[in-house]
Write a new protein. Structure first.
Ligand SMILES: *Cc1c(COP(=O)(O)O)cnc(C)c1O
Length: 370
């Protein structure tokens, strides 16, 4: 066992909070003094600021990323009998939302280099019942949505972006969140833009979809005590909006630091492990996770643990093999997803991670792989 070095976590929210502490405490206190807790000024200002940041017509905040996906599917009118194509290699919420509206998730395999949906598999999965495709920008690596449009050529199929892991990522210099018909963000604390609780947001260029999302997020109520549809209570808290407004000012700096960490990992680990992450052509990857492939996963994880360094497996099992969805969608074999879930490993990455720490992590991995 080596000398005890300070623990390196997967993500360090405390250090970031300490940098922003005074600003955060003032903003939170102002909300408490102001007492406009629901749809207060920070919620409206945050939505405006996200519209500017993404260069999108509508940004509609809500209670979580899962709700954002649910609201988007409701707005598109997806319902029982419909099929929605989604990658098997993603967080469960992507598929849960499809089930909430009574539709059937159709899981497709991924491309090994990007970990995003394989376009040929999307093409093959389209049936007469396909109403939508959810493209997940996994780990912050943007999907080229035009490829998905081409795959669904000539068909009335809606494309939804799951941007839960890609706030600030871009494709052809356009931010994720404006590339398809509608997009969904999460502000879960560990996401690239995270609040201090739960939060989410839907973005779209379409006025009709925006109106529907607003309706469903607030009790189906276009005006007080008028209820035109059965809606939900899914609003972003005023306190969370105040926190997010502060962090939004730093998001590019945070994402650039993540990119620098990833570049250093790549430089050091290329050739040491089977695959290091790469950037999709014309895309800006913002490295929500730094995920590599190795056949020596157990060995490396043990060495890292012994050196007080965290690591994680995102994701150990594809959604196509999860019991939760087995009754709705038959269990299939998706070889790339299965191979990746057996060999993937994610390393610590966050804006405050120093390059010397990255070097230390790489030293440990290199000596484990000898
Ligand atoms: C985090 C996440 C979600 C869900 O977001 P919550 O805010 O936790 O509800 C959905 N999809 C993906 C890909 C995610 O990573």
């Amino acid at each position: 066992m080596s000398t005890t070095k300070p623990f390196i976590p997967m993500v360090d929210l405390r250090t970031q909070y300490h940098h922003l502490k005074n600003e955060m405490q003032t903003a939170i206190n102002d909300v408490l003094e102001n007492t406009a807790f629901i749809f207060g000024p920070n919620v409206h200002a945050f939505e405006d600021e996200v519209q500017d940041y993404l260069n999108v017509k509508h940004a509609i905040s809500c209670a979580s990323g899962t709700d954002a996906l649910h609201l988007a599917l409701l707005a598109l009118g997806i319902k029982e009998g419909d099929e929605v194509i989604a990658p098997a290699f993603t967080f469960a919420a992507t598929a849960e939302a499809i089930c909430y509206v009574g539709a059937k998730p159709v899981f497709v395999d991924i491309d090994i280099a990007s970990f995003n949906m394989d376009i040929q598999c999307v093409k093959n999965a389209i049936t007469a019942k396909t109403r939508a495709i959810i493209a997940v920008h996994l780990f912050g690596n943007p999907v080229n949505i035009s490829d998905i449009r081409t795959a669904s050529n000539g068909r009335e199929i809606h494309i939804i972006e799951d941007c839960a892991q890609s706030f600030g990522g871009a494709m052809h210099n356009k931010k994720t969140g404006i590339l398809a018909d509608i997009a969904c963000f999460s502000f879960f604390p560990s996401k690239n833009l995270g609040c201090y609780g739960d939060g989410g947001l839907v973005s779209t260029q379409h006025d009709d979809l925006a109106d529907k999302v607003k309706l469903y997020r607030n009790h189906g109520s276009p005006q007080r005590y008028e209820h035109t549809v059965v809606g939900y209570n899914s609003r972003l808290d005023e306190i969370q909006a105040a926190i997010l407004r502060i962090k939004l000012q730093h998001i590019d700096e945070y994402n650039n630091k993540r990119r620098a960490v990833a570049a250093r990992y790549n430089e050091r680990l290329q050739g040491v492990v089977e695959q290091v992450p790469s950037e999709t052509k014309d895309g800006t990857h913002i490295f929500h996770q730094y995920t590599l492939l190795t056949s020596q996963r157990e060995l490396i994880q043990k060495e890292l643990t012994d050196n007080n360094i965290a690591s994680a497996i995102y994701y150990p099992k594809g959604l196509h093999l999860q019991d939760a969805f087995a009754d709705i969608t038959p269990i299939a074999s998706l070889p790339v997803t299965e191979k990746v879930s057996m060999t993937c490993m994610s390393l610590p990455i966050y804006p405050e991670l120093a390059l010397e720490q990255v070097d230390f992590i790489c030293d440990v991995i290199q000596s484990a792989c000898k």
